[in-house]
Design a protein around this ligand. Sequence first.
Ligand code: SAH
Length: 327
Amino acid sequence: MQKISPGSNPNTELVVSSEGGVNRQLFKSAVNIRTQHFGNEVYPRGVVEISNYCNLNCLYCGMRKDNLTINRYRLGHNEIVQIALSMEQHGIKSIMLQSGDDYTYPIASLVKTVHAIRKETDLRVILCLGERKRADLEAMLKAGANMYVLKLETPNPILFQKLRPSTTFERRLNQLKFMKKIGYQISSGFIVGLPEQTHHEIFEGLMLLKDLRVDAASVSPFIPNEGSPLKNEPFGSLELSLYFLAQMRIHLQGVYIPAVSAFSLLHKDGQALAMNAGANVITINFTPKTNAKQYLMYSEKRNPVSLERARELILSLGMTSSILQIN
Ligand code: SAH
């Protein structure tokens, strides 16, 4: 048995075994459940980071408003639609439009883009655009958006408030409930290893996701971001993140769980390890290269997952996917 203490919080120790023992059994159960629901299929999700402008000042994020060291960009309608068309040609099944909480990106333009993608491709549209007005959420749903990703980040409302000073946990939770009610599929999840976070909280968070009847969910290890106040904090633990991913699969059963790119920043095979802990979705980055450098999640050095790398990964796991059937 090995003791793992994530983040900088000494009272969050959890005894887990990273080699063999408890975890190997846990991961095996998680993969069995995934296979019951999805067979041997990896679901490919294309990501395009449409804007790195942000109105918020989250302590863990390099795109925060007060970081004046990055060049801000916005992709326009035509560019995004072109990217969507190319994703479809490569066998991708859904497109995720992600951005900072950019409240000045015109909603009419977002609506037009969602509508065009749904009309011109067979892609499902997933939005990850932060906290939004109800009217805007309704408009994007009406335009054809299928799913909205809004992570709760950490389930403790007090810690949440410290890390996200201009918003509240309740507000984020209410947005999720509202979106589920009006007909979005919803996705949420947590960053594992934030300073002061406890394991108990993360477990409670998993149960909350179950109550919310999320359609997809994720855990992401904490990555200290350049340009953020938490840049010198320790990385979240890989083992612990995998542990919670497996628990997520076991407790939430047939939900879509991505192997998020943060796993590959902790370990070169991090996403393969996440798949082996029960994930069934691989996210593939289609943001134009010059912009991707400025999408300061994690660091300029982040190495977004390419189509080629995703294919190699799926083959190495002996799994199948629509991106393998197309050249
Ligand atoms: N503005 C949007 C999108 C943010 S980026 C929103 O707030 O929902 C998407 C996700 O990246 C976040 O929800 C968060 O879970 C993750 N993320 C951001 N900074 C991170 C960090 N330092 N470590 C790990 N994950 C991080």
